[in-house]
Design a binder for this molecule. Structure first.
Ligand code: HEM
Length: 564
C-alpha cells in the first residue's frame, strides 16, 4: 500500500509542476519495478506468490495515479502538499536513536541507516533502486546532508517523498546531552560522519575520500578535514567571552572582554572563502621514503569553506592598538582546548598580518552558512587566509599582542621544516622559523591509486584534482602528464572570481588521452602559482623528520582497462 500511496502522491505533487510529470512517473515506475525485482530476488517462491497481489496493486496504483493526474489536470483541481502530508502522519511516535546507534548500520546484514534533518531512515531496500547507483552507500551510517550538498539533484519534493517511506526513527536531539565518561576527556567530542578516514581517534583527526573534494568548490562541513590536537572543549555560548589584552598602560591593563553577541553586533560582518590545509597533508608519501613522526595524512587534509565573522584588525583597533605595524610584534591566539595538565593549544601570526586589510584575518563564527560546528571551533575561531592550518586556532579564548611568538609547543617545536638530513638526534627547533604561508600544492583526486581506468571511444579518461597556494597567490596553471612526466597537457581550472589576494583553491579537470596500448600508467599533476612557484618533482629532497610541507608532484599509478 505504501508504494501505491507513493505513486499517487508523486503524481499529485506533479500537478503543480507539469513539466516534471513525465520524469517523475518514469522514476516512480522505475523504482517500483526495480523494487519488485529486488524483492523477487530475495524472497522465496511462496513469498513471491503471496506478494504478487501487492505488485499488481502497485501497477494499478501507478495507473490510478496517472489517471488522477489527467482528471485533476483538466478540472484544475488544487491538491495541496499539506493534504497529502497529513495522510502520512504516523499515529505512533518513532523510536529515538543517537548518531552512534545509526553508525552501527552500514551493511545489508545490520541494515543500512542514514539520517536527514533529525530523522533516521533504513534505506537497505532502496540501495538497489537508487538512480545514482551504489554511491548512496557513502552515506551509510551517517548523515545525507553533506552528500546532498554535493549532488543538488536531491533538492526536490519527490526525493523527500521517497526518503520518508523508509523512516524508522528520529535522532535524539543533541548527542552532547548524553552522559559523559569523566575519566575520558574525549567523551564530549561530537559525533562525526562515518565516511571520514580516521587517522587518529583521540584527538580526532580525519579526512574525507579525496574524490569527494572535487565534487564541489565548497566542502560541506561534515566532510571538511578535521585536525584536532586536544579534546574538543564544551563551551556554553551564553557564558563565552573572548579576552583581548590591551596595549600596556591602557585602561589600567584591563582586557577587552567580548561576548558572542558583542562580536556579532559591534563590528562589521566580513565573509571570506578560504582553503585550509594541514602542514601534514600528503605526509604518507614522505613515509614511503623514510619514516616520519606524525599522522598518516593522505591527499585530503585540505578543504574549502565560506567563513563569516569579524576582522581581527577591527577588534584589535577597538582594544586600543593602532595602525602602526613597524615593530616586530606578534598576535598570539590561545584556544580553550587543553590537555590534562591545563596546557592550552596556542599559535601566533605577525601583528602586521593581523592588521592588514588585504590579508582579511577573521574571527569566524559561521562556516558555510551555519554556526561553527564543534569540531571546527565552536563558538569562535581564527581564520588566517593563505596560512598553514595550525595558526587558524579553534575554540579561541584569548588574544595577546606581544614582542615574542606564541611559546606553545605547536609554534616553537612543531610545524617547522628542516633539511632532509636533520634527524631527531640533531634537530634544533629554534633554527627554523614557524611555518606560516604554505607553498604551491596540487593533487589528483580522480582516479584513485590502483584503480582500473576505462578510456572512452576516443581513448580519453577524466582526470580531476585540486590546486592551491599559500600567501594569497593564485593558481595560474596545472599541468597533467599521462606518461610519467614525458609530456604534459594543461588542465581546465575552475574557481572563484575575487579581487585582491586569492585564498581559495582551484579545482581542475582534464579529458586526457591515455597512451595507446598502455597497460599501466603513472598520472602526474603539478601546479604553478602567480609567483611562478612550481612544485618539486620528487619527495626525497624535501623530506623532513616531521613530514610537513610535502608538495612534490603528485603521482597516481593506475591500470588501463583491457578494452583499450
Ligand atoms: C536515501 C537517500 C537517497 C535518495 C532517496 C536518493 C534519491 C535519488 C533520486 C530520486 C535521484 C534521481 C533524481 C532525479 O533525477 O530527479 C537520485 C540521483 C542521484 N543520486 Fe541520490 N538519493 C539518495 C542518496 C544519495 C547519496 C548519499 C548520494 C551520493 C553520495 C547520491 C547520489 C546521487 C547522484 C550522483 C544522482 C544523479 C544520478 C544521475 O543523474 O545519473 N544519492 N537520487
Amino acid at each position: 500500500m505504501t508504494l501505491l500511496c507513493r505513486v499517487s502522491s508523486v503524481a499529485l505533487c506533479s500537478l503543480t509542476r507539469p513539466h516534471r510529470l513525465q520524469k517523475q512517473i518514469f522514476l516512480s515506475a522505475k523504482i517500483c519495478t526495480a523494487k519488485n525485482e529486488f524483492r523477487r530476488n530475495r524472497s522465496t517462491e511462496a513469498e513471491y506468490k503471496a506478494n504478487q497481489w501487492k505488485w499488481g496493486a502497485t501497477a494499478a496504483g501507478a495507473l490510478l495515479g496517472l489517471g488522477s493526474i489527467l482528471v485533476f489536470d483538466t478540472q484544475k483541481r488544487k491538491v495541496t502538499q499539506a493534504e497529502s502530508k497529513e495522510e502520512a502522519v504516523p499515529s505512533n511516535p518513532f523510536p529515538q536513536y543517537t548518531r552512534e546507534d545509526v553508525k552501527k548500520h552500514t551493511n545489508p546484514t545490520d541494515r543500512i541507516w542514514v539520517t536527514y534533518s533529525g530523522e533516521v531512515f533504513d534505506i537497505t531496500d532502496f540501495v538497489e533502486l537508487h538512480p545514482g547507483g551504489k554511491r548512496i552507500l557513502l552515506a551509510a551510517g551517517g548523515a545525507l546532508e553533506p552528500f546532498w550538498a554535493l549532488y543538488g539533484v536531491h533538492k526536490s519534493e519527490h526525493v523527500m517523498e521517497i526518503l520518508q517511506e523508509y523512516k524508522v526513527g528520529v535522532l535524539i536531539h543533541d548527542d552532547t546531552e548524553e552522559p559523559q565518561d569523566l575519566s575520558d576527556p574525549y567523551s564530549g567530542d561530537p559525533s562525526r560522519h562515518p565516511i571520514l578516514k580516521i587517522n587518529s581517534q583521540k584527538p580526532f583527526n580525519a579526512e574525507p575520500p579525496p574524490e569527494l573534494l572535487t565534487e564541489n568548490f565548497i566542502t560541506p562541513n561534515e566532510l571538511f578535514f578535521k585536525r584536532n590536537h586536544l579534546p574538543v572543549p564544551n563551551i556554553n555560548p551564553d557564558e563565552f567571552q573572548l579576552i583581548v589584552d590591551r596595549p600596556p598602560g591602557l585602561k589600567q591593563g584591563k582586557p577587552l572582554k567580548l561576548s558572542l553577541k558583542d562580536l556579532k553586533t559591534k563590528y562589521p560582518r566580513h565573509e571570506v572563502t578560504v582553503t585550509l590545509q594541514c602542514a601534514g597533508n600528503r605526509r604518507s608519501e614522505m613515509n614511503a621514503i623514510k619514516q616520519v613522526k606524525g599522522l598518516e595524512w593522505g591527499t585530503a587534509a585540505i578543504s574549502t569553506a565560506r567563513w563569516v565573522g569579524v576582522r581581527l584588525r577591527d577588534v584589535l583597533l577597538d582594544a586600543g592598538y593602532t595602525e602602526d605595524v613597524s615593530g616586530t610584534q606578534h598576535v598570539q591566539f590561545e584556544g580553550l582546548d587543553q590537555d590534562i595538565t591545563g596546557t592550552k593549544y596556542g599559535a601566533s601570526i605577525s601583528f602586521k598580518r593581523a592588521m592588514s586589510k588585504d590579508h582579511e584575518v577573521l574571527l569566524a563564527f559561521e562556516m558555510n552558512g551555519e554556526e561553527l560546528p564543534k569540531d571546527h571551533g565552536y563558538p569562535l575561531r581564527v581564520i588566517v587566509p593563505g596560512v598553514v592550518g595550525a595558526r587558524n586556532v579553534k575554540w579561541l579564548g584569548r588574544i595577546i599582542v606581544s614582542e615574542e611568538e606564541s611559546l606553545s609547543h605547536w609554534q616553537q617545536n612543531d610545524y617547522k621544516g628542516f633539511n632532509p638530513n636533520v634527524d631527531w638526534d640533531t634537530v634544533d627547533f629554534s633554527s627554523s622559523p614557524a611555518i606560516q604561508d604554505l607553498p604551491v600544492q596540487s593533487a589528483i583526486t580522480e582516479p584513485c591509486p590502483g584503480q582500473t581506468i576505462t578510456p572512452d571511444h576516443d581513448g580519453k579518461v577524466t582526470i580531476k584534482g585540486y590546486a592551491w597556494s599559500g600567501g594569497g597567490r593564485e593558481i595560474v596553471r596545472v599541468d597533467v602528464s599521462m606518461d610519467g612526466g614525458k609530456t604534459w597537457t594543461v588542465a581546465d581550472l575552475t574557481g572563484e572570481q575575487k579581487e585582491g589576494l586569492k585564498w581559495a583553491w582551484k579545482l581542475w579537470s582534464l579529458e586526457a588521452v591515455v597512451p595507446i596500448e598502455a597497460k599501466e600508467i603513472t598520472i602526474i599533476c603539478k601546479a604553478v602559482d602567480s609567483g611562478y612557484n612550481v612544485q618539486p618533482d620528487t619527495v626525497a629532497p624535501i623530506w623532513n623528520l616531521r613530514g610537513v610541507l610535502n608538495n612534490a608532484w603528485h603521482r597516481v599509478r593506475v591500470t588501463v582497462g583491457e578494452d583499450h
